[in-house]
Design a protein around this ligand. Structure first.
Ligand SMILES: [Zn+2]
Ligand SMILES: [Zn+2]
Length: 257
């Protein structure tokens, strides 16, 4: 290295050190100092938040991953009308603190790096069905959200997950309609709102035939979005669709007890 290069590296390090001292990198989960992890470029999440990322409480439905609470129902009401193609759904965490804050940081605060952490954590918690998939398909967002946010949050997560698992990322779905946000709607309204909202992008259908697809989203709430996306993927005749989200909510029936 030249003397000038050594000088540049040394002063670059000093400046970075002062920036870290004056503006310590904050954790996307708790807002506290994220410490050395961020300085080493590992992601915007502190060690404490990494360790306390909540898992979905057992027992869960073996098909849709919904927590069943203490009363074991003979069949799960959440997934009884799911299409056969959608074989199963999983979530790496429960949508409680700090998972909730991470999702919020990625979706509403432009904190793209949170998505990298989420995808990596999903890879770490991946089960057999996830590992068996041939390729990773992100749930698309609307054009409006893409313009506003600058990225599709599900794609950021899916890209990190695909890279960790060594599987190809297939951005093959498009969102045709967006009739407003899903947030304020009840389960039946959510289904109506997203039904028919997705289609396979022209030219991709051939690459889906006979494949096991891993459909990735940030959060599963009622399952309406992944059901609609899986139905659209059906036009490409894949072998199966497995959905995998960073986080999921507790079904309303359990939440109110
Ligand atoms: Zn934290
Ligand atoms: Zn179920």
């Amino acid at each position: 290295m030249t003397a000038a290069g050594r000088f540049g590296t040394r002063w670059g390090g000093v400046v970075a050190g002062w920036v870290n001292f004056l503006l310590p990198p904050a954790c996307a989960g708790c807002g506290g100092s994220a410490g050395e992890e961020v300085r080493a470029g590992e992601g915007p999440v502190c060690r404490n938040c990494r360790l306390r990322l909540p898992r979905v409480p057992l027992p869960v439905c073996t098909r849709c991953g919904a927590p069943l609470g203490t009363g074991m129902a003979p069949s799960c009401l959440e997934c009884e009308d799911w299409p056969e193609l959608l074989a199963s759904a999983y979530a790496a965490s429960l949508l409680e603190s700090p998972a909730r804050e991470l999702v919020h940081a990625l979706k509403y605060q432009g904190w793209r790096g949170a998505g990298g952490f989420m995808g990596t954590e999903m890879a770490r918690r991946a089960g057999d069905q996830v590992l068996k998939a041939h390729c990773v398909v992100p749930v698309p967002t609307s054009r409006h959200n893409l313009r506003r946010r600058g990225y599709n949050q599900a794609e950021v997560i899916a890209a990190a997950l695909a890279a960790e698992l060594g599987k190809p990322l297939l951005d093959c779905l498009e969102r045709l309609t967006q009739k407003g946000t899903q947030t304020a709607l009840n389960p039946m309204q959510r289904r109506a709102n997203v039904s028919g909202a997705f289609a396979v992008v022209e030219g991709f259908a051939d690459r889906l035939a006979g494949r096991r697809l891993l459909l990735v989203d940030d959060v599963i709430t009622t399952g309406a979005t992944i059901v609609a996306a899986a139905r659209a993927l059906g036009s490409g005749s894949p072998q199966s669709v497995t959905a995998y989200a960073f986080s999921r909510t507790v079904p309303i029936s359990l939440d109110s007890t």
